[in-house]
Design a protein around this ligand. Structure first.
Ligand code: C2E
Ligand code: MG
Ligand code: MG
Ligand code: MG
Length: 280
């Protein structure tokens, strides 16, 4: 009895593992061609000035419009792209696409693009940024690159050099998901970020009397001292917004305002009249 059950278990586990591996391989293979086939799409989520509640820019958030699976979110394919060595090509596309889109908006709207640590090795990203800005005619000051703390842990010297060179172009650098990694205050001293993005996990329970409120307040104070802007991610309620406003956070992003939208969802009043005339 025990023996047959043991066998039954091993028979049950192996095919499942194989299937998972196979699925990964298939997903990786289809990701390799997704770019050429135009299956990657960029969606945009507004960033608002908390004081005026006006949209000051958008964050570009990638999606994979898979032929059979439908829309796949980045957490389900960006790590795969990094492992498979595809993140360089995808990152280059993301920059081009987001900047081409931003070129159709009013010049006072910024565009934030996420850059994963794997893209920052070497100086490829620097060349990609320069050529994407030149090709689209977007002013460097409108571009904000979002990087994460993981990057700074990797090879601080090399990455700091790249960040300084990007900044010398006029591009702004934001530290994304702040507080979730092994944040070291030393980074803030060594690299002058233009902005800190307070992670959604701190915003979600900020209204209740939790430690999150104290953490966010400390982060916002710190940002003020270093002359950095702050964006709170993942705001879903008016109560959260009010609390962040009272704490002095400068920008807001979250489902309370809008979810990430396909480019078609961006309000026409944010576009240059040229584009509006073309559509009419
Ligand atoms: P992120 O840069 O921290 O982006 C914010 C994420 O929070 C987005 O998830 C957004 O849809 C979600 N979000 C915004 N407001 C709310 C809210 O009120 N409630 C909730 N529950 N969620 C909210 P998304 O689009 O799934 O992106 C996940 C992550 O994937 C991003 O996190 C970013 O790290 C990465 N990513 C997205 N696009 C790109 C890209 O083009 N390149 C790279 N390398 N990474 C990207
Ligand atoms: Mg981001
Ligand atoms: Mg973030
Ligand atoms: Mg986040």
């Amino acid at each position: 009895e025990a023996k047959s059950r043991g066998r039954a278990i091993s028979v049950m586990f192996h095919p499942q593992l194989l299937t998972e591996l196979q699925e990964r391989r298939e997903l990786e293979m289809s990701l390799r061609v997704a770019l050429e086939r135009g299956e990657l799409v960029m969606w945009y989520q507004p960033l608002l000035d908390i004081g005026t509640r006006r949209t000051v820019g958008y964050e570009a958030l990638i999606r994979w419009n898979h032929p059979t699976r439908g829309i796949i979110e980045p957490s389900n394919f960006i790590p795969l792209a990094e492992e498979a060595g595809l993140i360089g090509a995808i990152g280059e596309w993301a920059l081009r696409e987001a900047l081409a889109e931003a070129a159709t908006w009013h010049d006072d709207l910024s565009i934030a693009v996420n850059v994963s640590p794997a893209q920052m090795r070497g100086d490829a990203v620097l060349k990609q940024v320069v050529s994407a800005l030149a090709a689209t005619g977007v002013a460097p000051e409108r571009l904000e690159l979002e990087i994460t703390e993981t990057l700074l842990m990797e090879d601080c010297e090399m990455h700091l050099r790249t960040l300084h060179r990007l900044r010398a172009l006029g591009v702004r650098i934001a530290l994304d998901d702040f507080g979730t990694g092994y944040s070291s205050l030393n980074y803030l001293r060594r690299f002058p970020f233009d902005k800190l993005k307070v992670d959604r996990s701190f915003v979600s329970d900020i209204v209740e009397e939790t430690d999150s409120g104290a953490i966010v307040e400390t982060v916002l104070n710190l940002a003020r001292k270093f002359d950095m802007k702050t964006t709170a991610e993942g705001i879903e309620s008016e109560a959260q917004l009010a609390k962040l406003d009272a704490m002095g956070c400068s920008q807001a992003q979250g489902f309370l305002f809008d979810k990430p939208l396909p480019a078609e969802g961006i309000p026409p009043e944010h576009r240059k009249s040229l584009r509006r005339l073309q559509i009419a």
